[in-house]
Design a protein around this ligand. Structure first.
Ligand code: ADE
Ligand code: ZN
Length: 324
């Protein structure tokens, strides 16, 4: 089994249904509209976000968030992951009355617990949510830039791509970039290749969340390859949200063959009935990747990680030992 690394997972979206049900019991909420027969129910992107927001609202205290991060990273490590970057959302925590600092410290505590048990390294990417508006995204960027938490190493924007314009977020990304944070932005998931081009033109990210609809434009694919921008691909998420009809139609192999740097990620694993391990299994089964090819994907992820040089060298060393 190749070692794994993940760059794209929303921590609130990683909460397993059992954990959400437990939280709902704690806070006296009815999960039945959103969880049925042990699985999340939704039918399109908007109802997915509704289920996601409902579940997120059930994480309210520092201990709730510490347990969530510990639970997710520990499960990831058991599946062979040595590194995990989680997207954090200060907006969601704010709704629960938790300050961005308390929320971030709590997630950091959970990550430390998971690392103590399993050795998994983790970092946080603070994300603004498009559907929350430009001011809220800039607020998230200002927090990311000044929080000083040692595990906060990146800034990104997620949420409903159909809302707002990437140009509106330039200021937020500049605040984060000036603070030395790594930059990633969701694009080319719900919207077409134009959104990926706009991300490259206006935001100049090191990585793009999804970016897979770049496949619609050969010039853009060449540009992504030439500029070395890394694509955080999430195949099961794309099939579940009907970005593509089937794994056979997924552009992961084509993007890789065109020279783009691609990685494998779970996005919001239980919502898409997946896990990082399953994404690697899918790549083996549907994209004909052997263990060596999968190990190379892990190496691409570590190379692209928003992590200090020393930690990166240590992680790459672990891959080398395993590959020998
Ligand atoms: N937030 C959580 N999951 C997301 C996704 N797949 N796309 C955009 N925003 C998200
Ligand atoms: Zn995402």
């Amino acid at each position: 089994m190749p070692l794994k690394a993940e760059l794209h997972c929303h921590i609130e979206g990683a909460a397993a249904p059992e954990l959400v049900i437990r939280q709902a019991q704690k806070y006296g909420k009815d999960t039945s509209p959103y969880i049925q027969d042990g699985s999340f129910v939704w039918h399109d992107f908007s109802s997915f976000l509704a289920a996601y927001d409902f579940s997120s609202d059930l994480f309210r205290t520092e201990e709730d968030y510490a347990r969530l991060a510990d639970h997710y990273l520990t499960s990831l490590a058991r599946d062979g992951a040595i590194y995990s970057e989680i997207f954090t959302s200060t907006d969601h925590a704010g709704k629960a009355g938790l300050s961005p600092k308390a929320y971030t410290d709590a997630l950091g505590e959970g990550m430390a617990r998971a690392k103590a048990k399993t050795g998994i390294e983790g970092r946080m990417i603070v994300t603004g949510v498009r559907n929350a508006g430009v001011e809220s995204i800039e607020q998230a960027a200002r927090f990311a830039a000044r929080c000083g938490h040692p595990l906060v190493t990146g800034f990104g924007v997620a949420g409903d791509e159909r809302m707002g314009d990437l140009e509106d977020y330039v200021r937020a990304f500049e605040i984060a970039r000036e603070a030395g944070l790594g930059i990633t932005v969701h694009a080319g998931e719900l919207m077409g290749w134009e959104s990926v081009k706009a991300a490259l033109d206006h935001i100049r990210p090191a990585r793009i969340g999804h970016g897979v609809r770049a496949i619609e434009n050969p010039d853009l694919i060449r540009r992504i390859a030439d500029e070395g921008v890394v694509l955080e691909c999430c195949p099961s998420s794309n099939i579940a949200l009907r970005v593509f009809d089937s794994f056979a139609d997924h552009p992961f192999p084509a993007l890789q063959a065109a020279g783009c740097k691609v990685t494998l990620n779970s996005d919001d694993p239980p919502y898409f009935r997946t896990s990082l391990k399953r994404e690697y299994d899918i790549a083996a089964e549907h994209f004909s990747m052997n263990d060596k090819a999968l190990a190379a994907v892990t190496r691409t992820a570590i190379d692209a990680a928003f992590v200090d040089r020393k930690t990166k060298a240590m992680l790459l060393g672990r891959l080398d030992v395993k590959g020998r």
